[in-house]
Design a protein around this ligand. Structure first.
Ligand code: PLP
Ligand code: COI
Length: 365
């Protein structure tokens, strides 16, 4: 197999000895949950110093062999993305803003000293996997095919420096609701732990950020909450983001605030999309620091009427309740708010091809 030039892609399709049988697949697709079922195939592309990106395959999904000294296993040189493919109203399949994920993947690669992947290869790899696994779209309401592109450092070397060999892999997972509880609004635990500090890796989508979030997340679950909220590292005062989602605050005057992208939070593609949709509606959206104390005061005074979390996996999810060691407060009625519902409906209609796509976000296969 030859080195891949971005403009001359060639993916070799390896035969699958035993794809899932139709009955087992149908059972999964009727009730996929999130993240525990996988499709038949995966994409793998190799990178090495000197050769660059080469050997792209569509392979049967399965274990990958790694040397026990592979750098990813020791120094966590790993980045990933998350995006979805949607079955459209007309039966076709489309991806939502894959170029935005490709671009963020390269920002993460830069931060983790990894090779960048040409955006067209990223998008083509995702398209090839969706085409190979197009029988894996959930039949459940709100279902989609979640794509997880990632890159790992595979070089066997224990010195601490950027590795000289990597694998880019894409796997796919039929997805339903992210939150198991199925509650109309989620409950948030405000963590004492810090997720990211200025100058750190908070804006990169690297596995290490999530490893560091697991203790606070487990703490949130143990206390009966659905997600953990992180405050800023310096003052422990300003709202940053949830473990896997960005946040929006909706005020009684119809305006919205979302925390600014200062390098410590993930620049969410759903966050960006909702900002555009809210502005399309004529609403004022400010990217502005907002403190936990102000949030509590505004929720109690009625100045703040809604709050929602947003991300690829969670889509748009209302936040009903917020708790920390000392306080607990409810937002609005504690259930889904009106504007939250409206923005979610607008976003989902575009993603599913049920409404016009004025921003050119939908990429049909
Ligand atoms: N913040 C974190 C920490 C995330 O893991 C995610 C999910 O990817 C998001 C925010 C939302 O990003 P996006 O809307 O691009 O999925
Ligand atoms: C996503 O929404 O794609 C994420 O990566 C978040 C994760 C919590 C599943």
């Amino acid at each position: 197999m030859a080195t891949i030039a971005a403009e001359r892609l060639s993916f070799t399709r390896l035969p699958h000895p035993a794809p899932a049988n139709a009955e087992a697949r149908a059972a999964v697709l009727a009730n996929p949950g999130f993240g525990s079922h996988f499709t038949d195939h995966m994409i793998v592309i190799e990178w090495s110093e000197g050769r660059g990106w080469h050997d792209a395959v569509i392979a049967p999904r399965g274990p990958i062999a790694l040397d026990p000294a592979a750098a990813v296993l020791h120094y966590a040189q790993e980045i990933f993305e998350g995006l979805k493919a949607y079955r459209q109203a007309d039966g076709s399949i489309a991806l939502f803003r894959p170029e935005a994920n490709a671009s963020r993947f390269n920002s993460s690669a830069q931060r983790l000293a990894m090779p960048e992947l040409p955006e067209e290869i990223f998008v083509e790899a995702v398209k090839q996997l969706v085409a190979a696994d197009q029988d894996w779209f959930p039949t459940v309401e709100g279902g989609s095919l979640y794509l997880r592109p990632f890159m790992i450092a595979t070089e066997a070397f224990l010195g601490v420096r950027p590795a000289k060999e990597y694998k880019f892999i894409v796997i796919a997972s039929p997805a339903g609701n992210y939150f198991k509880s199925g509650a109309p609004a989620v409950s948030i635990w405000v963590s004492q732990y810090t997720r990211a500090a200025p100058g750190g890796t908070g804006a990169a989508k690297c596995g290490g950020n999530y490893a560091a979030s697991l203790v606070p997340t487990a703490e949130a679950f143990a206390r009966g909450h659905d997600q953990v909220l992180f405050l800023d590292a310096a003052e422990h005062k300003w709202i940053e983001e949830l473990g896997g989602m960005n946040l929006y605050f909706v005020f009684a005057d119809g305006s919205l605030i979302t925390p600014p992208l200062t390098g410590t939070i993930l620049p969410g593609i759903t966050r960006d999309s909702l900002m555009a949709l809210a502005r399309d509606e004529g609403l004022e959206v400010r990217e502005e620091r907002y403190s936990l104390d102000q949030w509590r005061a505004d929720a109690q005074s009625g100045k703040l009427v809604e709050c929602f979390a947003c991300g690829t996996a969670a889509v748009v999810t209302p936040v009903g309740k917020v708790c920390d060691e000392n306080n607990e407060f409810v937002i609005g009625s504690g259930g889904p708010g009106q504007l939250t519902g409206k923005l979610k409906a607008r976003l989902v209609a575009i993603q599913r091809g049920e409404a016009p796509d004025p921003h050119g976000w939908v990429l049909k296969l």
